[in-house]
Design a protein around this ligand. Structure first.
Ligand code: EPU
Length: 342
């Protein structure tokens, strides 16, 4: 084999690269520090007939115990720049390997506002459009101007507009068959130079009561609220919300709503509603804190699956299929994973 231009590691444990702390080995791993190396990396994978697997912060993924036989590109390229476009707005571009929350903190410190409700979410900037991350009444699609990508098939860079990203609830063009050929290189956000506070989400309005907070205070509040709901990643393995909230026909949940009037129901477009899976798991199915061996639903937030100690991927998969069948038996609803099963 010809000497490679890039440094590729073999048989790398994925456990340490995922916040679930679960998984076998990656057959090949390349740490992408500079976006210019993408061409060589993709060429290497093609020459060696290896499928490409793009890894960000590993915070939304459950790797198999058998690992993956692929060329894993760990996206680590960093860099930020900004350009004021008028008195009220600034375009901020961050490279995909920036840690999401470090980036959010940096924007607020520079008085570029809009991302404060998305504080403290684990993962990278590059994963944010793929998943259309959202929390506390804000989705990242509301702030994304464009996304720079590298096309694996054509080996070309391209910039997608917000519309071309086809964002949906925890969904985007990047999750489609065609979109899977794209590696996110950098993301450009339109942020506000003046505070644009959104505390409509219940947890935040309860927190602030009648006070109008600053963006700094909103960030601090979100960090505090999340601390109460999500396990400390330094102590337990988890990938945050394991399941998506449920989107269904309003008529399908009429009986459930009648039986559980306190169940939160949000409009989700013509005839559709979004209901809280956490509520269904907790209040309808009594599963909050439910545990089998080392895997359980977190006692402070039932949507969160926790690896309490050395659980395997098989343990988690068996656990979630049990949860799904209990929910289906009780409500007729099939809940879906938000976490990627690799
Ligand atoms: N609830 C319960 N029991 C629980 C937790 C929640 O009954 O154990 C009910 C409450 O009625 C609450 C409602 O569920 O009002 C909603 O719960 P919460 O506000 O905690 O949010 P969520 O819908 O469960 C979503 C996102 C989170 C995001 C939060 C905050 C998804 C899948 N999850 O959770 O995002 O941080 O809202 O905005 O959309 C993630 O995607 O990984 C994630 C963490």
């Amino acid at each position: 084999m010809q000497e490679s231009k890039i440094k590729v590691q073999t048989k790398v444990p994925l456990r340490g690269l995922s916040t679930f702390k679960i998984g076998g080995d990656a057959s090949h791993l390349f740490m992408l520090e500079n976006k210019k190396d993408l061409k060589d990396a993709v060429a290497y994978a093609k020459e060696n007939d290896l499928p490409i697997f793009v890894l960000g912060g590993g915070s939304n993924i459950l790797f198999a115990d058998s690992g993956i036989s692929a060329f894993v590109i760990q996206v680590l390229n960093k860099g930020k720049e900004y350009k004021k476009i008028d008195d009220l707005h600034v375009l901020v571009t961050a490279e995909a390997g920036e840690t999401w929350d470090d980036f959010v903190k940096w924007t607020i410190e520079n008085h570029f506002f809009g991302l404060e409700n998305l504080s403290s979410i684990p993962g990278t900037v590059g994963a944010s459009p793929v998943q259309n991350i959202g929390a506390y009444g804000v989705e990242v699609k509301d702030l994304i101007e464009s996304v720079e990508v590298f096309n694996i098939q054509t080996s070309e860079y391209k910039t997608l507009t917000n519309t071309e990203c086809a964002f949906g609830y925890r969904n985007s063009f990047f999750k489609t068959e065609e979109g899977k050929n794209l590696i996110v290189v950098s993301v450009t956000f339109t942020l506000s130079l003046v505070p644009n506070i959104n505390i409509s989400y219940k947890d935040l309005s309860n927190h602030f009561k009648d006070i109008v907070p600053t963006p700094f205070e909103v960030r601090d509040a979100v960090i505090e609220i999340r601390k109460g709901k999500f396990p400390d990643l330094n102590i337990h393995g988890t990938a945050g919300s394991f399941f998506k909230n449920i989107i269904c026909n309003e008529s399908d949940i009429a009986k459930l709503k009648a039986d559980y009037p306190l169940m939160p129901v949000y409009k989700a477009g013509s005839g559709f509603v979004k209901i809280s899976t956490a509520f269904v798991l907790d209040k309808v199915c009594g599963l909050k804190g439910f545990r089998i061996g080392n895997v359980g639903l977190y006692e402070n937030q039932s949507l969160v699956v926790v690896n309490y100690a050395d659980a395997t991927s098989t343990d988690v998969r068996e656990f979630i299929s049990k949860i799904k069948s209990i929910v289906e038996q009780k409500t007729g609803i099939r809940i879906e994973e938000e976490v990627i099963l690799a």
